[in-house]
Write a protein that binds this ligand. Structure first.
Ligand SMILES: Nc1ncnc2c1ncn2[C@@H]1O[C@H](COP(=O)(O)OP(=O)(O)OP(=O)(O)O)[C@@H](O)[C@H]1O
Length: 657
């Protein structure tokens, strides 16, 4: 049984509808141990025939049998397997993969065998030693002479232990010395029991073989046996296997490293898009946290302020806030009844209710100096001690003065010197008959507050006692309701807003939570705008990967042809480019992470004296998101380029200059 049998092979090329027949009925039987030279005039169809024998061409008529089995050339998978297991190629122009070392060029073939990794390496080194290249295994092809390159190509062709070695003009580019050596190697391969088929113009090469087949006008003109073929002993063969995924990733990594600087620029480009995403998210977190922190500093979010609902209807937080302005006009109508306070105390989730007053307008006097103010709220649970810059919170008969007020009244001295001084206070109120009356108080300064968000305050009992003494109405017009926990705040506020008498709402609740919510809305809006900008940069990153990968496919067309000839499937080619894109994305993300952390650190340090807060806060979630985004965009961006690479016709890809 012949190793390879060709029966009635016809092949034509078409230009439009015009047919150019190249092979017009080839019948050939080739055996192991033969060194067959195919001779013929230029353009006679030798390469075309080799492509058919080598399992690269699918478009021909006729039958190819391998070891007695018909090779179904319609089925790509069968051809892939055939090339992987049976065929090794040697080309005139060597066709080594430029970004892989000599050793790795040979390993590419061995990756498609079931040998263990150590055995693969041992075999590659042994083959390279046999062709005299043991000292050059770490070099790249560009660092080798022509003769050396051809020997690497021979070692690679033999690596996966194929039975058929196809050599297309193997000595065409070599000098006499190297030609002689390569021919001897080819002869040794035939002696080892393999079938060597060499396409040549040279009689020297042809005479070296055991048999010469002459092609003319698309047919076999002569078939001449020069010597008997070599005897064949059956030995153990290596078992082929499809390329493992890890090999594609390794090759992709090596390619990236080979063009390190060029690729690092691309990764930097991709990284900048991701950097924008990470940094903007970090700034979003920081600003949000900062605002919450600022609000929590001046007010306790677990405290609800309750005012009289003077309309009886549903009121929003904003309407309630602005209703404070109406208190002066209707002091009596703004007070909250004892019974309603009691109802609030009974609500589920309420811990404590503190009564307080809003005094619409007041006047402070120290001897001849006067200072007036508006909207004084008695010190309540909603306030925070942080506002106090000196002294203590006001007790009965005491007041805490805003720093500016203190300076107006006592002159510009140190804050502590104000404490202990007395001030007169006057404000207007009404009695039960709605008669306006002036309330007078003598107060001792207990502390000083600073800043814009705080004011001069006294405590509620001081006000209540003064009102009672003057026979004015003394019900509170403000309540501070302390809630048991933060998550109950909005529920309690709802219950308070829903308290009714005769169907009319009685009181209204103002929560810091709602202020926070509004702030959050703005922060989110800003964050979304930043995210949109970051999204655009991601799009740019994706485009960059697409362009890079398309360029890579064009640049590496020949490599794709070589890999296909070695037996890699379309799938393997697609995976090679996908792997490369993924690695670019992931390295880009690492790049982005490093820059983001550095920039975040820099911003936080340089802003530390302005804002005592980490204004950029990059969370683990942000980092995970950036990596996921990198993986997704690099996967999507490579779909089309990878498909294009996989669909390249291997013969055309190999013919690429
Ligand atoms: N893809 C193609 N499309 C159209 N015609 C082609 C194609 N490939 C080869 N041919 C034609 O087929 C004929 C045989 O080409 P082939 O490369 O097989 O010849 P060859 O014998 O190997 O030539 P050479 O010795 O010069 O390498 C030539 O006339 C060539 O122009």
């Amino acid at each position: 049984m012949a190793l390879l049998e060709l029966a009635d092979i016809h092949k034509s090329y078409y230009l439009g509808k015009e047919e150019f027949p190249v092979l017009k009925g080839i019948d050939l039987q080739l055996e192991r141990g033969e060194f067959v030279s195919i001779l013929g005039e230029s353009g006679g169809g030798k390469t075309t025939l080799m492509n058919i024998i080598g399992g690269l061409d699918r478009e021909f008529e006729g039958m190819v049998k391998v070891e007695g089995q018909i090779l179904d050339h319609q089925k790509e998978k069968q051809l892939d397997e055939y090339r992987r297991a049976m065929v090794g190629y040697i080309y005139q122009s060597y066709n080594l993969i430029p970004h892989l070392t000599v050793l790795d060029n040979v390993m590419v073939s061995l990756e498609m065998t079931t040998l263990r990794p150590v055995e693969k390496k041992q075999r590659a080194i042994q083959l390279l030693t046999e062709v005299g290249l043991s000292d050059h295994i770490k070099k790249h092809p560009r660092q080798l002479s022509g003769g050396q390159k051809q020997r690497v190509a021979i070692a690679r062709a033999l690596a996966a232990d194929p039975q058929i070695i196809i050599a297309d003009e193997p000595t065409g580019a070599l000098d006499a010395q190297n030609t002689q050596e390569v021919l001897e190697i080819l002869d040794r391969i035939a002696q080892d029991g393999k079938l060597v088929i060499a396409v040549t113009h040279s009689n020297e090469v042809a005479n070296h073989g055991t048999r010469i087949v002459r092609l003319a006008d698309g047919k076999i003109e002569a078939d001449e046996q020069l010597r008997s073929s070599y005897p064949v002993q059956e030995g153990k063969r290596l078992t082929p296997q499809p390329l493992p995924a890890i090999s594609s990733y390794r090759t992709a990594f090596k390619h990236l490293m080979y063009n390190f600087w060029q690729n690092s620029l691309i990764m930097l480009g991709v990284g900048i898009g991701l950097f924008a995403v990470i940094l903007f998210s970090g700034i979003g977190n920081g600003v949000n946290g900062y605002l919450q922190n600022q609000i929590n500093k001046v007010a306790n979010p677990e405290v609800i302020s309750v005012l009289k609902n003077q309309t009886g209807k549903k009121m929003t937080n904003e309407q309630l806030q602005s209703s404070i302005q109406n208190i002066a006009a209707n002091l009596q109508g703004s007070t909250i009844k004892e019974s309603d306070i009691h109802r609030i105390e009974q609500l589920k989730g309420v811990k404590r209710v503190e009564e307080g007053y809003i005094i619409p307008a007041y006047q402070l006097t120290n001897q001849a100096k006067e200072q007036s103010g508006t909207m004084m709220q008695t010190w309540s649970l909603a306030e925070k001690k942080d506002l106090l810059k000196a002294g203590h919170m006001p007790k009965n008969g005491e007041l805490v003065l805003k720093k500016q007020d203190a300076i107006e009244l006592f002159g510009n001295h140190s804050m502590k010197s104000f404490i202990g001084k007395t001030v007169k206070m006057e404000f207007q109120w009404v009695n039960a008959q709605k008669q306006p009356m002036i309330i007078n108080l003598n107060l001792k300064v207990a502390g000083i507050t600073d800043g814009t968000s705080s004011a001069t305050v006294i405590n509620a009992p001081t006000v209540r006692q003064a009102l009672k003494r003057a026979n004015a109405i003394s019900e509170p017009n403000l309540l501070a309701v302390k809630v048991k926990s933060l998550d109950q705040v909005s529920h309690v506020a709802n219950q308070i807003n829903n308290l009714r008498t005769n169907g009319k709402r009685v009181v209204g609740a103002i929560t810091i939570g709602s202020v926070l919510k509004r702030v959050n809305t703005y922060v989110k809006l800003a964050a979304n705008i930043l995210a949109a900008i970051a999204g655009i940069s991601l799009l740019v990153s994706a485009l960059m990967i697409i362009v890079t990968m398309y360029m890579s496919v064009s640049e590496r067309t020949k490599e794709i042809g070589i890999l296909r000839a070695l037996g890699e499937r379309k799938k393997d080619i697609r995976r090679l480019f996908t792997a490369e894109s993924l690695l670019i994305g992931l390295f880009g993300a690492v790049f982005a992470l490093v820059i983001s952390l550095l920039v975040a650190w820099g911003l936080n340090v340089s802003l530390a004296h302005l804002i005592k807060y980490q204004i950029v806060q990059i969370t683990v979630g942000n980092v995970i998101f950036a990596f996921l985004a990198a993986i997704i965009i690099s996967f999507l961006a490579v779909v089309l380029p990878a498909r294009r690479a996989a669909n390249l016709n291997p013969i055309e890809a190999l013919a690429e200059d």
